[in-house]
Design a protein around this ligand. Structure first.
Ligand SMILES: O=P(O)(O)O[C@@H]1C[C@H](O)[C@@H](CO)O1
Ligand SMILES: O=c1cc[nH]c(=O)[nH]1
Length: 319
């Protein structure tokens, strides 16, 4: 085996340079490869990342704090308060460890989740937790599904309605396949224990903006409207163009729109980690753009992906 292939296979990540690093500091998480391998101490107690089986991620720090306490209760973890479960070292990402579960915030959009995914998959790989599963619990705009529906993603699309993720590396456009694990998506759906809400398996479109569209200007605007809202500070497309695009997306199987899924599915495919996206729809975009949801409803909708993923993790841990 040549040196490059050997380096790659030792860590299990597709980067031959990693093995020659003299220690790797995961700057945005605040942990080092040494701590990933050997464990770390918090409040005088030793912890390891080697036992991690699930990494649950979501945009906001409050949601991930809540999920830390939800999953602690579900799996009867000896420690149940967010303060005790909190292992954050930087203020970039909220970070909790609940036995075999990490609960981590990822911020909004592809750049923010991408940084987390690079660092968290290195952390898992250094720790030898190669079988860990990554699950995003989020909010989204539905297309043709009622608000409150929980969408478990079975296909991830970019704003061109392709199952691809695009990025610019060294001044060149790179296109990577963005495919998601079907068996995992179905297993999450079938683990639902709370029958008070609807779930659907369906396509999720990832965009680089909540309002207009992608920053890339590579195609005519009507091919690339993305979330296509007409209520941003700037809007250069018409409401009719928006509706045509949303209907076209729906006819391709897209049932919700968010801002992270193709980055996650394409990076996980390359790093070898299984991943899933479980997002509640806050509105039906075929009926409007404004998210006018009341606070109580927002809170209860936000708990749905948490409840579903907690049931899934509980069932996996007890099987
Ligand atoms: O996980 P969250 O609720 O942050 O996911 C969606 C996609 C964007 O990050 C954000 C836009 O409101 O919500
Ligand atoms: O419409 C929406 C709602 C939540 N998140 C999104 O990205 N879009």
């Amino acid at each position: 085996m040549d040196d490059e292939k050997k380096a790659h296979s030792e860590l299990g990540l597709p980067n031959p340079y990693l093995n020659s690093l003299d220690g790797d500091f995961l700057y945005h998480l605040g942990y080092s490869s040494l701590e990933a391998r050997n464990g770390f101490t918090k409040d005088g107690v030793s912890h390891s990342f080697q036992d991690v089986k699930f990494v649950v991620m979501g945009g906001s720090s409050g949601r991930m704090r809540s999920f830390a306490e939800v999953i602690a209760r579900e799996i009867n973890h000896p420690v149940q308060t967010a303060e005790q479960l909190d292992i954050h070292r930087t203020d970039r990402y909220a970070f909790y460890k609940i036995g075999p579960v990490l609960s981590v915030s990822h911020g909004m959009g592809v750049p923010s989740i991408t940084i987390l995914l690079h660092e968290i998959t290195k952390l898992l790989s250094y720790a030898g937790a190669k079988d860990a599963v990554l699950i995003r619990i989020g909010t989204s705009g539905g297309i043709g599904v009622p608000p409150g529906t929980v969408v478990i993603t079975d296909k991830t699309f970019n704003g061109f309605l392709k199952e691809e993720h695009e990025l610019v590396v060294l001044g060149e456009r790179k296109v990577r396949p963005a495919v998601i694990d079907q068996e995992l998506a179905r297993a999450i759906q079938s683990s639902q224990s709370d029958a008070r809400f609807q779930t659907v398996l369906g396509g999720t479109m990832c965009t680089d903006d909540f309002f207009e569209g992608q920053p890339l200007n590579l195609t005519p605007i009507d091919c690339n409207i993305s979330q296509g809202r007409v209520d941003g500070a700037v809007c250069e497309h018409s409401d009719e163009q928006k509706m045509d695009f949303l209907r076209r997306a729906h006819s391709c199987g897209v049932v919700n729109i968010e801002m992270e899924c193709t980055a996650m599915s394409s990076l996980c495919r390359l790093t070898g980690y299984k991943c899933a996206a479980v997002c509640v729809a806050l509105l039906d975009r075929l009926k409007g753009d404004q998210v006018k949801i009341q606070e109580e409803e927002y809170k209860s909708f936000g708990m749905r992906p948490q409840s579903l993923v907690a049931s899934f993790i509980k069932s996996r841990l007890s099987s």
